[in-house]
Design a protein around this ligand. Structure first.
Ligand code: C2E
Ligand code: MG
Ligand code: MG
Length: 640
């Protein structure tokens, strides 16, 4: 310890901050230390000394010199051992040790390097050499420090770069995951959108009730068929246009729910008649269309016949039993169609022709261009009908209703006629339905009612009508549902000063079924005015019989179709007998329509039918002919 103190107080010591470095001199000869340190201090070094090995080890730990000048031969511990211990301690291992020794043989030098020395100076030494070697070591030390700092910096940079790369990698992975998720989401959205579009396309192209292709889809199919037929003359197609007969009555009498069920059942039955290649579409209402691709001329009519046969079986819907007939128009591609609209127009025309044939015809018709002219006239009818009222083109004919027991005229049915300015007389069969569809039946009906009352009053004044003679006036379903019907009737009765007891209104079953809630109220009001009530075309509507005894009905008129079939079959249809019995049981009388021959009259008389009307007695005639009839022949001869 005393040695160290003596050394720390060495002369010419300079400030540590401005020195070139701190040198520790280890030598057990203090004089050596003294000499060397003076020289080093002069050169600007800071110097410490230690006079034995063990002391030097403590000093090194404490001082951290930049370089150690170490003597080999020392009393307590030689320089080799000091060096070995310094190198063994990580804290001191890097301090460069320069051996200074009088031992000059190579072996010693080798040993000195082996224990970790960096240099070797032989005593006696030249101070400049010692100085140079010290400076060398310090330079090497500085360079090593620099190198180490650079290494550290590089390592730090590498670490930072690795961290950044890891971060980038993580962000990339995150981004990839997000992209993957978004892609999945987008794919899902695309699938959903496609499904929605598919559903929309289906809805646009199909009828929601029957799920059949609708008009839009049919038009597309027709366009494709036209194209194919234009490309190849071997390809032919046919279109069947099917309209259910009298379907409106189902809707009018039993409501739209039953009507809808009926349509679904019809669609199903039609489908069973068709091959999988045929396209069955619903055009709307009770109209269906069938497209047959690749057909021979006869196969379309064969399909129509199959359909007619299939429709013969009754339909059971909601507890009701329905019988259906349908009219079918057939169009073949051979007429060289260019647009679907033309095909449908012609199929529709043929269908109307089939319908016009009624129950007696085949109920299907194949279109041929001569039908065009006819269709065009019916189109003109619509426009002309509008002007007919104001131009006073309507007039009335009267058909006598005759007692089948006495042959006496009981009354007349007023039947409207239209005198078309160019076409001449138009039958109500041809325009009443059109007028109903166009809503013109109400004003026409009002005119008929007023005119019939006016005529009746004239005949009364002329004393032509006996006691209870009446005039029957037809009332359409639409008229019957007019809220002010009774007011209108009252007004006409007032104007014409007529008693209601001379009037009989003819309504159809559907007029009552359609308005069943307020029908009874109206019928009561009519009854209050002593106006009688007749159910026209009885037996053809889909009605429940239960209403009959609830309403003040006086007469049932048996529809002409049943009377016709009496002549055809030469036997009485059970329905005629049933209607007569029913009417009598309910206290009503019966009028048979459309008696054309004496045989029919005879059989009806035998069945107890009260009255008859028909060409056998008289066709509907104008007012002058009625006057003639009443003056000269008010009783018909009956076959008995
Ligand atoms: P409807 O009320 O059943 O009238 C009877 C129809 O049968 C009349 O036809 C009449 O001419 C016809 N007829 C009568 N006897 C015979 C016969 O022996 N043989 C044949 N082949 N036919 C006979 P019309 O005058 O053509 O009237 C047809 C339908 O038009 C009427 O059937 C009725 O439903 C409707 N109608 C006629 N006039 C009017 C009217 O003023 N208002 C309303 N709403 N409908 C009317
Ligand atoms: Mg009638
Ligand atoms: Mg009738």
């Amino acid at each position: 310890m005393s040695t160290v103190q003596s050394i720390t107080s060495l002369p010419h010591e300079t400030d540590a901050t401005s020195t070139k470095g701190l040198v520790l001199i280890v030598d057990d000869t203090p004089n050596n230390i003294q000499i060397l340190s003076e020289a080093l201090v002069q050169q600007g070094y800071q110097v410490r000394g230690a006079v034995n090995g063990s002391m030097s080890l403590i000093s090194v730990k404490h001082l951290r010199p930049d370089v150690i000048l170490l003597d080999i031969k020392m009393a307590d511990m030689d320089g080799y051992e000091v060096c070995r211990q310094l190198k063994a301690d990580p804290e001191t291992a890097n301090i460069p040790v320069i051996f200074i020794s009088a031992l000059d043989d190579a072996l010693n030098k080798v040993k000195a390097f082996a224990v970790g020395g960096v240099d070797y100076v032989t005593k006696p030494f030249q101070f400049p050499e010692v100085l140079a070697r010290i400076e060398n070591q310090l330079t090497i030390g500085r360079l090593q420090d620099d190198l180490q700092r650079q290494n550290l910096r590089l390592q730090q940079e590498i670490r930072e770069r690795v961290a950044i790369e890891a971060q980038v990698h993580r962000l990339n992975a995150e981004l990839e995951e997000r992209v993957r998720q978004r892609t999945l989401q987008l794919e899902q959205e695309i699938v959903e959108r496609e499904q929605a579009q598919e559903q929309l396309r289906y809805r646009v192209m199909h009828d929601p009730l029957t799920r059949l292709p609708n008009r839009t889809l049919l038009m597309q199919c027709l366009e494709e068929a036209i194209e194919k037929s234009q490309q190849s003359s071997a390809f032919a197609f046919a279109v069947l246009f099917l309209d259910c007969d009298r379907f409106k009555i189902v809707n009018d009498s039993l409501g739209h729910f039953v009507g809808d069920q009926f349509l679904v059942a019809i669609a199903e039955r039609l489908q069973t008649c068709l091959s999988s290649e045929a396209t069955l579409a619903r055009l709307g209402g009770d109209e269906f269309t069938i497209l047959l691709n690749n057909v021979h001329h006869n196969s379309a009519t064969a399909v129509a016949q199959t359909i007619q046969a299939a429709l013969c079986a009754p339909f059971q819907i909601e507890g009701y039993e329905f019988f259906l007939t349908a009219s079918i128009g057939i169009v073949h591609s051979c007429w060289g169609y260019r647009t679907p609209v033309d095909i449908l127009r012609d199929a529709d025309t043929a269908m109307y022709r089939a319908k016009a044939q009624g129950s007696t015809g085949s109920r299907y018709q194949v279109f041929d261009p001569s039908m065009h002219a006819e269709a065009q006239t019916s189109l003109l009818l619509d426009t002309d009908l509008h002007r007919a009222i104001e131009r006073q083109e309507f007039f009335l004919n009267y058909q006598p209703i005759v007692s089948l027991t006495s042959g006496e005229i009981q009354g007349f049915e007023a039947l409207v006629r239209w005198q078309h300015p160019e076409r001449g007389p138009v039958s109500p069969e041809d325009f009443i339905l059109v007028a109903e569809d166009m809503g013109l039946i109400v004003p026409i009906g009002q005119w008929v009612f007023r005119e019939a009352c006016r005529q009746l009053k004239i005949w009364q004044r002329q004393n032509l009508l006996q006691g209870s003679m009446y005039i029957c006036i037809n009332l359409s379903v639409k008229q019957f549902s007019q809220p002010d019907l009774i007011d209108q009737i009252d007004q006409v009765l007032r104007e014409t000063d007529l008693d209601g007891c001379h009037l009989k209104l003819e309504i159809t079953e559907s007029a009552i079924m359609n308005n069943s809630t307020f029908a009874s109220e109206i019928l009561e009001q009519l009854s209050d005015r002593k106006i009688q009530l007749s159910i026209d075309d009885f037996g053809t509507g889909y009605s429940s019989l239960s209403y009959l005894h609830n309403f003040p009905v006086n007469t049932l008129k048996i529809d002409r179709s049943f009377i016709i079939s009496m002549a055809e079959t030469h036997k009485t249809p059970a329905i005629v007998q049933a209607i007569i019995t029913l009417a009598h049981n309910l206290g009503m009388d019966v009028v048979a329509e459309g008696i054309e021959n004496a045989e029919q009259q005879q059989r009806l008389t035998d069945l107890g039918c009260n009255c008859g009307q028909g060409d056998l007695f008289s066709r509907p005639v104008g007012p002058h002919a009625v006057v003639e009839m009443l003056n000269h022949q008010s009783q018909f001869l009956l076959r008995s």
